[in-house]
Ligand binder design. Structure first.
Ligand code: HEM
Length: 452
């Protein structure tokens, strides 16, 4: 058996930072591709783009210092994130800050608290069954593009979690397609803001992006009005109260938060799973280890919530996939007060970035940073990973509220899928990552599946 380590594909970083014009062109397409080789070694970097300072922190201690110790200054999402998300999620807490965020965050965090995640296990199992059914039917035809199927599956899980099990099956496919369309159309870099133009210029997202956003909100609004919700999170969201005992969310607030939950909880997990399957298809030894563990722990039963902690190879593989391909590849904030990071001065409105794509491959921290080595995350090794070096779920006060939900969902689907199929790599060129709102495989993820 080969002991070679698999080095998954990525765009080769340029030797130097591209000039402003080339940089702007590459920023529009994919900011990660513009990061030069040296960025993987630097602790802090700064770029001035005409009127704005952009500071990138890329070392665990600096990340802690800025995102945790001085987190209050950086509680606001960057201008481009706010602008890119608001057509879909409106005023939701995800893109908001200050009193609105402070009031809504605890309510949402309570609903998604790790202690209650077990109740969603039937949604995970049910969707795993649907994927097995669909892929068994599709695999005979050759390669299957697992990316859109996983996007629909994770959306189905979120719909089930929010509205209960009665949501029509085709609704998840329709909303997942609209999300996908939105992501490929929306501008993820706010160039007007960086060069000092008024903020409304980016508010003019393209017609296609607007249309996709409207379609998502129309469908979600219809589901909220339909009376579905029993057994899901919706009744808890309606019942949430502020400190004065008044309803926390009016109808508009409810639409914003449900749309946010569907977006935050589906594309992220779908991309993490698509990259995981690709890595396993490319490294059959790890594929076999995940499968052997699933068979040893579960036999041919579907995973129960209490059994997930025994699937440590499965978890390590997912964690390594999110190290190499972090679904949220950039954490972006704007300074709300003057601040200084090392010798760089930030003014209110300047941008602070932590780029997990860089931090997770920081050469001073990770051995063989570009190699697929899930053993790093096995229980016996994971303790040596520095805190704040690995941030797939973000960091500080705005850390992901659905991390436990996401891990349980991904572990369940992965265990069911590796028991159902052998995955082989795609024919032709390997997929490359493309930065949009999430880190997606460019052109989809066509894998060859053999039913087991
Ligand atoms: C693999 C799955 C997931 C990944 C990688 C992920 C990642 C993230 C990251 C990185 C953030 C912080 C973004 C930032 O600081 O700019 C975040 C925020 C958030 N996520 Fe997740 N997420 C996942 C799944 C979920 C799920 C399943 C839910 C809901 C059920 C969820 C709900 C949220 C919410 C509500 C926030 C906003 C927190 C705040 O701003 O206070 N996420 N997520």
């Amino acid at each position: 058996m080969s002991t070679e380590v698999f080095i998954p594909p990525r765009h080769e970083p340029p030797e130097r930072v591209p000039g402003l014009l080339r940089g702007i062109v590459s920023l529009r397409g994919d900011v990660l591709r513009a990061l030069p080789r040296i960025a993987f070694r630097r602790e802090v970097m700064a770029v001035r783009v005409l009127r704005r300072q952009v500071v990138v922190v890329n070392h665990p201690e600096v990340v802690r210092d800025v995102f945790v110790t001085r987190g209050a200054i950086y509680g606001r999402k960057s201008h481009f994130k706010e602008q890119a998300l608001s057509p879909v999620i409106g005023e939701s807490l995800f893109a908001n800050h200050g009193p609105l965020w402070a009031a809504r965050r605890p309510a949402v965090a309570r609903l998604l608290h790790p202690s209650g995640v077990d109740r969603f296990q039937p949604a995970f199992q049910d969707t795993g069954r649907v994927l097995l059914r669909d892929w068994r039917a599709g695999s005979a035809a050759g390669a299957v593009d697992v990316a859109p199927a996983l996007a629909a599956a994770t959306l189905r899980i979120m719909l089930h979690a929010v509205f209960g099990p009665q949501v029509p099956e085709d609704e998840s496919t329709a909303i997942a397609e609209a999300f996908s369309d939105y992501q490929s159309r929306v501008q993820v870099i706010d160039l007007p803001h960086l060069v000092g133009l008024p903020s409304w210029t980016m508010g003019l997202q393209g017609v296609r992006a607007r249309r996709a956003a409207n379609e998502i909100r129309r469908r979600v609004g219809r589901l909220i009005a339909s009376g579905l919700g029993e057994g899901g999170l919706l009744p808890g969201m309606r019942a949430a109260r502020d400190e004065a005992g008044n309803p926390l969310l009016d109808e508009a607030g409810l639409l914003d938060e449900v749309a946010m939950m569907l977006l935050a909880g589906s594309e992220t997990a779908a991309n993490a799973l698509a990259w995981t399957l690709f890595l396993l298809a490319s490294d059959p030894r790890w594929q076999e280890r995940v499968r052997a563990e699933a068979v040893a722990v579960l036999g041919d039963r579907e995973p129960e919530a209490a059994e997930l902690s025994r699937l440590s190879v499965n978890k390590a593989v997912l964690q390594e996939a999110m190290r190499l391909y972090p679904p949220v590849a950039i954490l972006a904030r704007q300074a709300t007060a003057p601040d200084r990071i090392r010798h760089w001065q930030l003014r209110p409105g300047d941008t602070l970035l932590c780029i997990p794509w860089l931090l997770h491959r920081q050469e001073a921290i990770w051995d063989a940073p570009h190699a697929f080595k899930p053993e790093r995350f096995l229980p016996e090794n994971a303790r040596s990973i520095p805190r704040f070096a690995y941030l797939p779920f973000g960091v500080g006060a705005r850390v992901c509220a659905g991390a436990a939900f996401g891990m349980a969902e991904m572990q369940t689907l992965l265990a069911m899928l590796v028991r159902g199929f052998h995955f082989d790599p795609p024919e032709g060129p390997a997929p490359l990552p493309r930065f949009r709102l999430t880190l997606r495989p460019e052109g989809g993820m066509k894998l060859r599946l053999r039913p087991l």
